[in-house]
Ligand binder design. Structure first.
Ligand code: UDX
Length: 461
């Protein structure tokens, strides 16, 4: 099979788990590959490809779908997370194989499958077809290290209440660990997915990590000893946002949500530089009403301008009249063009749940963060934001786990008005420069990507 394929240009199938926080980096990675001369077919579930917000889809990349068994409603149509994953894990491999056959029969054979680490079964299918299999890990290498230790049985669950010392990482307190491990019993289905990312990883031809070497040198060195196929290729953020040379629309992939792009950019355009707090908790976090109220009042009391992303499903939790009362100072939208917002000069800081994409986007664009972690890997990312990269602060929580309005107001004032805030901004800018270095010609991530371009395929076929 390999020999026949040599005659064609390199063709890579990129498979994403059906969640915005996975689609974004994998789609951005696809565009990078395409830019390096590789033909890409981007694949996620049928429900997602059917519900993509077409306005935001300016991609030239070929898009195909597999089934998760819930073509009409996706994960929300399943009885539980367990039921969803069980069905997906049955139907997904079968439909991926059918898709590979279809592409083969239509004269468009695939040479390599880059698959989301949440779906390790994709490697078995790739190998069955005699293809290169490259796994894409969409969390930080610090978090990869933690899940790897759990997978190896070297970290026993539930985690004990003591500080943890892992190779290449600073000491981690229990509250710095990913929540699915610490709060044993919460969401076992997803905890298994996170741990299973490492089940067959040693058989993957490449292990692609959405981070860059200078950001996580010690832990990357350690990981490369354990998994020699590790390559840091991140951040996947379109370089055009960083150098602003290309049309912004071209870099946006597709969004499950309707993006209020013009409203955001127009609103930001007449605000003073560094004056706006951008607030977003990503695509999945569900905050309780009490927390939403505290954020609302904290923002209002700070007297700062703000843009707050409140997904449609969360809107009813906003305090009554908040939208009207905050008209002059704030804009509430259901989804923003986040990279463009973060790249806007008016933005002074980012109140974030610390999803890995938001974290690395803030860092790459030099925007100081107010960390309000919610679940999963977010507490680990928050720890690094404040104590390792020193490009943000963690908002304190009370005994109920709520960030109170006073804490929010204090964090905003600290970042936008204090000397420490200026220091943090300088650090954030330093990370922006280091990101550009990594992505630049000759930079660490760029060099690796180049080595993954067509010659890479010839090497293996
Ligand atoms: C999920 C998990 O929650 C997170 O912990 C994990 O690290 C990745 O997967 P999510 O919660 O959606 O992701 O957060 P994040 O990783 O930050 O990804 C959100 C993506 O949506 C980012 O790329 C961000 O730029 C984009 N976004 C977010 C928008 O484009 N507009 C918005 O209004 C909000």
């Amino acid at each position: 099979m390999g020999k026949e394929r040599k005659a064609h240009g390199a063709h890579c199938l990129v498979l994403s788990f059906p969640a915005q926080g996975h689609i974004n980096p994998l789609l951005q990675f696809s565009k990078r590959l395409e830019h390096k001369g590789v033909k890409v077919t981007f694949v996620t579930t049928r429900f997602i490809t059917n519900s993509i917000n077409k306005e935001s889809s300016s991609s030239t990349i070929n898009i195909e779908a597999i089934s998760d068994g819930f073509d009409q409603g996706g994960m929300a149509a399943a009885e539980s997370h367990e039921a969803y994953l069980e069905r997906f894990w049955q139907v997904g491999p079968e439909t991926l194989a059918q898709l590979l056959d279809k592409l083969d029969n239509s004269g468009n054979p695939v040479d390599c499958v880059v698959y989301d680490s949440f779906m390790p079964w994709a490697l078995d299918i790739a190998k069955k077809f005699g293809l290169i299999g490259a796994v894409f890990l969409s969390q930080s290498n610090a978090v990869n290290n933690i899940y790897y230790h759990v997978h190896q049985g070297k970290l026993k669950l539930p985690l004990s209440n003591t500080q943890l010392l892992l190779p290449g990482l600073p000491p981690l307190a229990p509250h710095d660990m990913p929540t699915f491990l610490y709060a044993f019993g919460t969401n076992p289905a997803f905890r298994n997915v996170l741990v299973d990312q490492f089940s067959n990883i040693k058989r993957a031809d490449w292990v692609l990590c959405n981070t860059f070497y200078d950001l996580e040198p010690e832990v990357t060195d350690w990981l490369m000893k354990i998994l020699p196929a590790v390559r840091t290729i991140g951040p996947t953020i379109p370089s055009m946002f960083l150098d602003k040379q290309l049309e912004d629309d071209k870099c946006y992939g597709f969004s499950i949500f309707k993006t209020e792009k013009e409203a955001c950019i127009k609103w930001l355009d007449d605000k003073p530089n560094g004056s706006v707090v951008y607030v977003s908790f990503g695509s999945v976090a569900v905050l309780d009403s009490e927390q939403m109220e505290e954020i609302a009042f904290g923002l209002r009391n700070s007297g700062s301008y703000f843009i707050w992303v409140v997904r449609a499903s969360e809107e009813e939790k906003l305090p009554k009249d908040f939208l009207n009362a905050s008209n002059e100072k704030g804009l509430v939208v259901t989804w923003s063009p986040q990279l463009q917002v973060l790249a806007h000069e008016a933005v002074g800081c980012f109140m974030t749940h610390c999803g890995w994409n938001s974290t690395i986007e803030a860092l790459s664009l030099g925007v100081p963060a107010i960390a309000v972690p919610h679940m999963s890997d977010q507490s680990t990312n928050a720890k690094f934001i404040m104590d390792v990269w020193e490009m943000g602060i963690i908002a304190s929580v009370d005994e109920k786990g709520i960030v109170r309005q006073q804490a929010i107001e204090n964090c905003i004032r600290e970042l936008l008005e204090s000397d420490r805030g200026k220091e943090i901004k300088r650090n954030a800018n330093k990370w922006k420069t280091l990101t550009l270095d990594a992505l630049d010609e000759g930079g660490s991530s760029n060099k690796i990507l180049k080595s993954l371009s067509p010659s890479w395929f010839i090497l293996f076929l």
